[in-house]
Design a protein. Structure first.
Length: 140
């Protein structure tokens, strides 16, 4: 692989949230040699709404099945949240697959597949220009 790299990845560009929605970003191939993934969600609150959860997901079967590896949860206030996962921490045996169901503000270390994406699930009716953006930095 040679030179060190650090690459910013837009998992979900700034997206206006209206109503209860589920939005997924594009599937992004995992860079060769990836050991850590740092992710940040930026939630800009307008009005209304109940919950907004940004899930960082990976796939180990080329996108056939998605698994949550981080959940960044928001409610009714603007905020930025950051989390990171590592390939070098042992994964507990037989971790159940969760797609949009990981507990708020938690991570699953040790699981980095061949693809990444962001999935955002909201409840309630957000308005007033409420937005969510999710980005990540891939590190060797």
């Amino acid at each position: 692989m040679g030179a060190r790299y650090s690459r910013r990845i837009d998992l979900l560009p700034a997206t206006v949230i209206t109503g209860a929605v589920t939005v997924t970003g594009a599937s992004i191939p995992v860079p060769e040699g990836l050991l850590y993934l740092s992710a940040q969600a930026t939630f800009a609150y307008g009005s209304g709404g109940t919950t907004c959860k940004a899930f960082i997901q990976t796939s180990v079967d080329n996108g056939a099945t998605w698994r949550d590896i981080a959940c960044l949860a928001f409610t009714t206030a603007s905020a930025k949240k950051t989390s990171a996962v590592s390939a070098f921490i042992a994964l507990a045996a037989a971790v159940a697959v969760s797609d949009g169901a990981l507990a708020d503000d938690t991570i699953v270390n040790g699981l980095i597949g061949d693809l990444f994406r962001a999935k955002v699930i909201t409840t309630g009716t957000y308005a007033g220009g409420t937005t969510i953006q999710v980005s990540a930095v891939a590190q060797p």
